[in-house]
Design a binder for this molecule. Structure first.
Ligand code: VGL
Ligand code: ZN
Length: 223
């Protein structure tokens, strides 16, 4: 049976990492050695994603009026701009990964030379887009990255995902990869979470769907 693995490195950007990131995930920088080791392995295609927001993005607390604009705390209702009957509950964040800023840059210690394709997501100010594939609306979907077609064009069967954050962009990228029909794996030591306490529920969902958890040290990783 064909086995054509892809690697997706999610949002390994300055704003998601200590010491200066505006939305720093604890230990975010510590995954770089693991990610670089994966980048040295023979994946058929290696993709990096960047959260890449305009300054007026809907997910920024600074773009909402008080008192319902507390970063990390406030959850707002976002309406599908193309169908006002469809809504999504979404958390507000500090300004992060603004296009053209230092915070949006990939970590310099990442082996970017090994990356074949970069996805810049979250560019539509009207919708949140945690997934590397598409925004969460379905009726209709507002914005797609084209990543599914890129992967299919390379004959990919299996998608391995690392990066930040385990409970947001990694999770929604994994759920969409699974939905797009790829066998999906999370390389667990290559991720860190915003809320580590949320991970057991995320892993239970993966188990139900058949999304696998592996480690960089697993000998069977690319076999
Ligand atoms: C992310 C919060 C807001 C992520 C992106 O990359 O997980 N989290 N935007
Ligand atoms: Zn974001």
């Amino acid at each position: 049976m064909a086995f054509v693995p892809a690697l997706i490195v999610v949002d390994l950007q300055e704003d998601f990492c200590p010491p200066n990131g505006s939305l720093a995930v604890q230990g975010g920088r510590d995954i770089v050695p693991c990610v670089n080791e994966l980048l040295s392995m023979p994946f058929a295609i290696k993709v990096a994603t960047k959260d890449f927001h305009p300054p007026d993005h809907v997910s920024f607390a600074s773009n909402h009026a008080p008192p319902n604009n507390v970063p990390f705390t406030t959850v707002i209702t976002i309406r599908n701009p193309l169908n006002h009957d469809e809504t999504q509950e979404s958390r507000l964040w500090p300004d992060h990964c603004v296009q053209g800023t230092k915070g949006a840059e990939l970590l310099p210690e990442l082996d970017v030379d090994k990356i074949h394709h970069i996805v810049e997501k979250g560019q539509d100010k009207r919708v949140e887009m945690y997934s590397a594939f598409a925004d969460p609306f379905v009726n209709p979907t507002v914005s797609r990255s084209g990543l599914a077609d890129v992967l299919r064009g390379s004959g990919v069967t299996d998608v391995f995902i690392v990066g930040l954050a385990a409970d947001y962009c990694v999770k929604f990228t994994a759920l969409d990869a699974h939905r797009e029909g790829f066998k999906t794996w999370i390389v667990e030591d290559g991720t860190r979470a915003v809320d580590p306490a949320a991970l057991p529920a995320v892993y239970a969902e993966y188990k139900k769907l058949g999304i696998g958890l592996v480690g960089t040290e697993d000998e069977a990783l690319l076999k």
